[in-house]
Design a protein around this ligand. Sequence first.
Ligand SMILES: Cc1ncc(COP(=O)(O)O)c(C=O)c1O
Length: 397
Amino acid sequence: MSNSSWRFSKRALAMKSSIIRESLKLTAKPGVLSFGGGMPAPELFPVEELIEACRKVLTERPDEALQYGTTEGYTPLREAIAERMNKIGVPCTADKILITGGSQQGLHLLGSAFIDEGDYVVTARPTYLGAIQAFNAFGPKYATLPSDDDGMVVEGLEEILVEKSPKLIYLVPTFQNPDGRTIPVPRRKEILKLAKKYNTPVVEDDPYSELSFEGKVPEHMFSLAPENVIMLGTFSKLLAPGLRIAWLIAPNNECFDRCVKMKQGADLHTNTFAQHVVYEFMKTGALDGHVEKVRKLYARRRDVMVAAMRKYFPEGVTFTEPTGGLFLWVSLPEKINATELMPKAVEKLVAYIPGMAFYPDGGGDNSMRLNFSKANEEEIEIGMKRLGELFQEALNS
Ligand SMILES: Cc1ncc(COP(=O)(O)O)c(C=O)c1O
């Protein structure tokens, strides 16, 4: 509802504030240990290397780095990303890479390029909340499929494709935000076979596959069907989210051109200076070593969190144990509603994101997402103890 006399668009009036942003406001209370956000560990930001990259960019090519740029992005950066993608088995060329202001912008561009009001989008449930928000601006309906230990199930997908003719199948197939689950290759192939049969593009949103704690990850969906997958990658979790540098890999020229046109209207191009800085950083060869440090720290924090959960959580509470990424997923006994429990959690100085936020069409009331990348080991131990007490009290009441 509008409370001014200005006639905002129906679209604007329909948009709700993100529950994550709202929850984060609650957790601003001093002393609250928050496992709610999805923030990287700031102590790992490669500050000195970035200072050096900024210095080089500003002394060697200020005219270019501070100037307007092309909508597609800074060519050397696109080439460096293509090279890196090929190294991890994603076959692409620089001319199909569009630099975006975060993958969040990639999602928005895809929403604007594909979704008319009332069109269906397929997602897992749960799925990434930010994608729901980005798509919601275009008024879609959702056809969701549940997840098991191997991510979104395939049963029911063909019926949806036949009956609802969705415009997109949106997936975070590797270390999914919010539940940390990964779809194995045989299931990826089943999904891709159906997507191809019904001529429906798959969006592979992939911020986390390089953050694998055990080395190998399943082949990317883009690699399995490069003609039918639109891939999103980002430096947010590999380097620093404040840079807002990410990329979209289009499977064909038409998809690329349509996204470029949408982006022109949105912001002309991504921040030129930040693109140059990221390129300069990549050129030093420091990214691999940096990503290795990130992996090691997050693996350790995941271990500490899982051990503390085993120690403190009451019987009946289950959780995923992801082998990469930033998040895990907690399922509570049916009688506990994680959204209603949130104020009590904040009283106990601990916070999380209630699971229902990640369900585009309702559900997930007895679940929550926890982040293990930001808090240190001591905070994780204390936080899980507080959560364990909270769950026990809820079970007793
Ligand atoms: C699955 C997924 N997609 C997209 C994003 C947005 O990333 P970016 O910072 O590149 O906009 C996130 C951020 O957490 C994410 O988890």
